[in-house]
Design a protein around this ligand. Structure first.
Ligand code: GUN
Length: 303
């Protein structure tokens, strides 16, 4: 186990490589299931509308299923689908025995309540880990389908042998998808946990003063290059969850993906840091696959 040294050289936390390793492990499990004549895990994704970021994420999730040998189904709807229609689609997937788990890509159009949609998903099939049943079970320390991005962060820290016990972790951002659940997981009495966690958000006073006391910084606010070098102490471990598209005429796509951390400024000060892209993002997909495998095997909820 390593602790954050007071050094200026840093190690890149390679989420792309780690996610590949996890996918190889999952593919091996699928082969075993096949050899035993079991049911191949099947993930479905619902995508509403044409948001560029969401299209990319969902495409990558479907490709990842193919890569590990899962079945996958993509259900696309225009952004004028009514809430009632979408809830009916969710109910169909709930009832479909061929589907082990499914996700509804967020954000949804303003006329649809994401909360209602999430609450309609059967907790056993909620491989995003967003349903209040899964969140509640996570908080209570019961077996649950854990949200993919937070568990991906924990997995990265674990696989890089980073000591978390007793460390001060400052999380910036309190979203239901990342900030809130990662702060809960890292505080738990688990192998990669036992952190003293401070959860900061838009109303936090003296943010930089707090982040400068962090051994581990998790930036999950969705504001490009928000965390600057003056906000981190030498030797800190920096986890960047941001993926904001910023216009860039020099790119064929017309945009660059920016993290929440000013990488050029912060990296030389850190001991470990995740890049964007290639850090947390690929781990989210790997953990989604792992949740789908768990759902298919009935590991959390008996089938
Ligand atoms: N939008 C941004 N991140 C996520 C995610 O992890 N799952 C879903 N369903 N939507 C998202």
């Amino acid at each position: 186990m390593t602790t954050a040294p007071e050094a200026t050289s840093y190690q890149l936390i390679d989420g792309k490589k780690t996610a590949e390793e996890i996918k190889v492990e999952i593919a091996a499990e699928v082969e075993k299931i096949k050899a035993l004549g079991g049911k191949i895990p099947h993930l479905a994704a619902i995508l509403v509308g044409h948001d560029g970021g969401s299209e990319t994420y969902v495409r990558n999730k479907v490709l990842a299923c193919e890569r590990v040998g899962f079945g996958s189904t993509l259900l696309r709807y225009e952004d004028d689908i009514s809430e009632a229609e979408l809830l009916a689609k969710v109910e169909e997937l709930n009832q479909d025995a061929s589907i082990d788990g499914f996700i509804v890509q967020l954000p949804l159009p303003a006329h649809i309540s994401a909360d209602k949609v999430i609450e309609t998903i059967r907790p056993e099939k909620d491989v995003d880990g967003f349903h209040p049943m899964n969140i509640g079970r996570m908080v209570a320390g019961l077996p649950a389908l854990l949200p993919a991005t937070p568990s991906g962060i924990v997995e990265l820290l674990s696989r890089y042998g980073i000591e978390t016990s007793g460390q001060h972790c400052v999380v910036i951002g309190r979203s239901n998808i990342v900030g809130t659940p990662v702060s809960i997981l890292l505080a738990k009495n688990l192998d990669t946990g036992n952190c003293t966690v401070t959860l900061c958000h838009s109303r936090t006073r003296n943010l930089a003063e707090i982040t400068r006391t962090a051994d581990i910084v998790v930036a999950a606010i969705g504001r490009p290059e928000f965390v600057t070098a003056d906000m981190v102490r030498p030797g800190a471990i920096v986890i960047d969850v941001g993926t904001t598209r910023v216009a860039d005429a020099s790119k064929k796509s017309g945009f660059t993906l920016k993290g929440d951390v000013d990488f050029a400024g912060v990296a030389p000060k850190s001991s470990y840091i995740t890049p964007v892209p290639g850090g947390v993002g690929p781990m989210t997909i790997a953990m989604l696959l792992l949740n789908t495998l768990r759902a298919a095997k009935g590991e959390i909820y008996a089938r």
